[in-house]
Design a protein around this ligand. Structure first.
Ligand SMILES: Cc1cc2nc3c(=O)[nH]c(=O)nc-3n(C[C@H](O)[C@H](O)[C@H](O)COP(=O)(O)OP(=O)(O)OC[C@H]3O[C@@H](n4cnc5c(N)ncnc54)[C@H](O)[C@@H]3O)c2cc1C
Length: 376
C-alpha cells in the first residue's frame, strides 16, 4: 500500500443527484472502481466482506482500477482501516440515523446514490440474508444485472467484462454469466467461497465521506426488536467437520457424529437429505443451498456426493468419505475413502481418536463411550 494514512474527502447529499441516474446505467463506465459492500453489525464486519475484498483487489488489478469498500452505518473509521488492510484503496462511508440498524430500503437508497455518483463498474456483496436482499434491491433500482451465489469471478481481458460463474439447473452445470450492456455489474458470493486474504498491517487509503439523503419513504420501516437466534453456530470457522447424510438413517444416530466431532474438536454438519428428513437444523446444511465450508478435515459419513453437496466442500483441505457403496461419487473427491458400514466404522474411529488424542488407550471403561444406534 502506498499510503499509511487515510485521506478524507466529503460528498454532499446532492452529489449523487448531480451525477444523475443515467450515468450509472451507461455501459461505457470503463475505469469505474470495483466495490465491496461491507456487511457489518454494530461496527463488526462479516468475514465474507473481507473475503470479497481480496477478490475485488485482484479484479481491480486486472482492470487497472481501484478496489473500494462501501461502509454504510456504524463503525466507519475502523472498518475503513480494516478494508484498507484487506486490499481497498478507498472507502466510501455513509452515515445517517436511518442506516443503523440495517434495513434494506435506506441502505439501498444510500448504495444506489453512491453508485450513481461514482459509477463503479462492479459491486460485490456477500450472498448472506442481508447481502442478497440489498443486492437485488439495488440492482432493480439501478436497472442492471445481478448474478447471485457466484462461485468464481474473473475478468474477460479482451472485453473487460466480469465473468460471473455459478451453478445452474439444479447445480448440474456451471454457467458463466456476463452483464454486457448495463452497469454496474453486481454479483453476490457466499461466505467461504474465497479465502480470507492476509491483512496488511500498515495499509492506508482514501476515505470518501457522504451523508445520504434518505427519503421518508425509505426510512418508513423501523426495527422494533432484535432477537438473536441462540445456539446456531456457523460452520465457517470450523477446522474439523463431521457431516452425515441419508445413510445415518435417523436423527438419533447423529449422536455418533457428535461424539466423533467432540473427540476431534470439530462440529457436525449434514447433507440436504438429512436436513430434509428433519434430523438436523438447516443451518448445518453444507452445499449449494447450504453453507460453503473450508475446514482442514471434512468427514462425509453416509453421504453419496451429489454435485450440489460437493459444491460446498471442495475447498476442504482433506476429505474423508465413509460409504458402503464403493461407486459413490464422494470417493471421486475424497482424499481418503473407507468403504464399509458407517455403523461399524464410526464407532471404531471414535475409539481410535479417543485413544490417540487422550493418550488413554484401553484405560477407560468402554461402556462410557458406547453410543446406541437406531435402525429405521
Ligand atoms: C437445487 C438443488 C440444491 C441442492 N442443494 C443441496 C445442498 O446444499 N446440499 C446437499 O447436500 N444437497 C443438496 N441437494 C440435494 C442433492 O442433490 C442430494 O439429493 C443430496 O445431497 C443427497 O444427500 P445424501 O448424500 O445424504 O443422500 P443419498 O444420495 O441418498 O446418499 C446416502 C448415501 O449413504 C450411503 N449409505 C447408506 N447406508 C450406509 C451405511 N450403513 N454405511 C455407509 N454408507 C451408507 C449410501 O451408499 C449413499 O451413498 C440439492 C439439490 C437440488 C436440486
Amino acid at each position: 500500500m502506498p499510503e499509511d494514512r487515510p485521506k478524507i474527502s466529503k460528498n454532499s447529499p446532492d452529489d449523487a443527484a448531480r451525477a444523475g441516474k443515467d450515468a450509472a446505467q451507461d455501459s461505457s463506465t470503463a475505469g469505474g472502481e470495483v466495490w465491496v459492500v461491507v456487511e457489518q453489525v454494530a461496527g463488526e464486519a462479516a468475514p465474507v466482506s473481507w473475503e470479497l475484498m481480496g477478490e475485488a483487489r485482484a479484479l481491480a488489478e486486472a482492470l487497472g482500477v481501484r478496489a473500494a469498500a462501501v461502509i454504510l452505518g456504524a463503525g466507519a473509521p475502523e472498518l475503513a482501516r480494516q478494508a484498507f488492510s484487506y486490499g481497498a484503496a478507498a472507502a466510501y462511508t455513509g452515515s445517517d440515523p436511518a442506516l443503523e440498524p440495517f434495513i434494506t430500503d435506506p441502505h439501498c437508497q444510500a448504495l444506489v446514490d453512491l453508485a450513481r455518483a461514482h459509477q463503479p463498474q462492479i459491486i460485490l456483496l456477500g450472498a448472506t440474508t442481508r447481502g442478497r436482499d440489498l443486492a437485488s434491491a439495488a440492482a432493480t433500482e439501478l436497472e442492471t444485472g445481478l448474478t447471485a451465489d457466484c462461485t468464481h469471478l474473473e475478468i474477460d481481458e479482451a472485453k473487460g467484462l466480469l465473468k460471473q460463474t455459478r451453478p445452474a439447473f439444479g447445480g448440474n452445470v456451471m454457467a458463466t454469466i456476463i452483464t454486457p450492456n448495463h452497469r454496474p455489474q453486481i454479483a453476490t458470493v457466499r461466505p467461504g467461497v474465497f479465502p480470507l486474504p492476509e491483512a496488511a498491517a500498515e495499509a492506508g487509503g482514501e476515505i470518501i465521506e457522504s451523508r445520504p439523503a434518505i427519503t421518508a419513504a425509505a426510512a418508513a420501516v423501523r426495527q422494533l426488536q432484535f432477537l438473536p437466534n441462540p445456539g446456531e453456530e456457523s460452520l465457517m470457522g470450523a477446522h474439523v467437520i463431521v457431516a452425515g447424510g441419508r445413510g445415518m438413517r435417523s436423527a438419533h444416530n447423529f449422536a455418533l457424529l457428535e461424539k466423533l466431532a467432540t473427540e476431534l474438536g470439530g462440529t457436525v454438519a449434514a447433507s440436504r437429505a438429512a436436513v430434509d428428513a428433519g434430523w438436523i437444523s438447516q443451518r448445518r446444511q453444507v452445499g449449494q443451498t447450504g453453507q460453503t465450508v473450508r475446514p482442514l478435515l471434512y468427514i462425509a459419513v453416509g453421504i453419496s456426493g451429489a454435485v450440489q453437496h460437493l459444491a460446498g466442500i471442495q475447498e476442504s483441505d482433506v476429505i474423508v468419505a465413509i460409504n458402503s457403496d464403493p461407486d459413490a461419487p464422494i470417493f471421486d473427491v475424497a482424499d481418503y475413502g473407507i468403504v464399509g458400514d458407517l455403523f461399524e466404522i464410526v464407532p471404531a474411529l471414535i475409539e481410535e481418536a479417543h485413544a490417540r488424542l487422550s493418550g488413554a488407550a484401553g484405560s477407560d471403561a468402554a461402556g462410557e463411550r458406547q453410543i446406541g444406534v437406531e435402525s429405521t
